[in-house]
Design a protein around this ligand. Structure first.
Ligand code: DQA
Length: 150
């Protein structure tokens, strides 16, 4: 059984209480439960993580590249939070690791402030998903399974 790695960046630990009008009222634990279900229905194992630190996210993407090369990982779903709009280092990590990665946003970033319209992740990602609320995580896992031929 292959694994889907779901990575969450800065401030996503605050889901549930953080700007509920934008991100909804479900917590990160609720999102994890949703991902467990989505993975189970695609015969995937789930590895679900969150970090507020750019370097830790980079280390995890490198690890994912090694796991995908070894055949144990289907790919990554990444909600990089605000690092989406700032991090050349994450862009380089995704390209350098050569990992299949889906960029995910809970909100429709293109319907929000102009500073959220540019993503350093998109040019390095296989696919991009935004605006489906937390349900987007399940959709992205389904998409990842499809890309991995599962
Ligand atoms: C986000 C959108 C980003 O612009 C923001 O900084 C986040 C969350 C989303 O899931 O909609 O932290 O990635």
């Amino acid at each position: 059984m292959k694994t889907a790695l779901v990575l969450n960046g800065p401030n996503l630990n605050l889901l549930g209480t953080r700007e509920p009008a934008v991100y909804g009222s479900q917590t990160l634990a609720d999102v994890k439960a949703l991902c467990v279900q989505a993975c189970a229905s695609h015969n995937l194992a789930l590895d679900f993580r969150q970090s507020n630190h750019e370097g830790e996210l980079i280390d995890w993407i490198h690890e994912a590249g090694r796991a995908q090369a070894a055949g144990t990982l289907a790919g990554v779903v990444l909600n990089a939070g605000a690092y989406t709009h700032t991090s050349v280092a994450l862009h380089d990590a995704i390209k350098g690791a050569g990992v299949t990665l889906i960029e995910l946003h809970i909100s429709n970033v293109h319907a929000r402030e102009a500073f959220r319209h540019h993503s350093y992740i998109s040019p390095a990602a296989k696919a991009v998903m935004a605006g489906f609320g937390v349900q987007g995580y399940a959709l992205a896992i389904s998409g990842l399974a499809g890309l991995a031929g599962l």
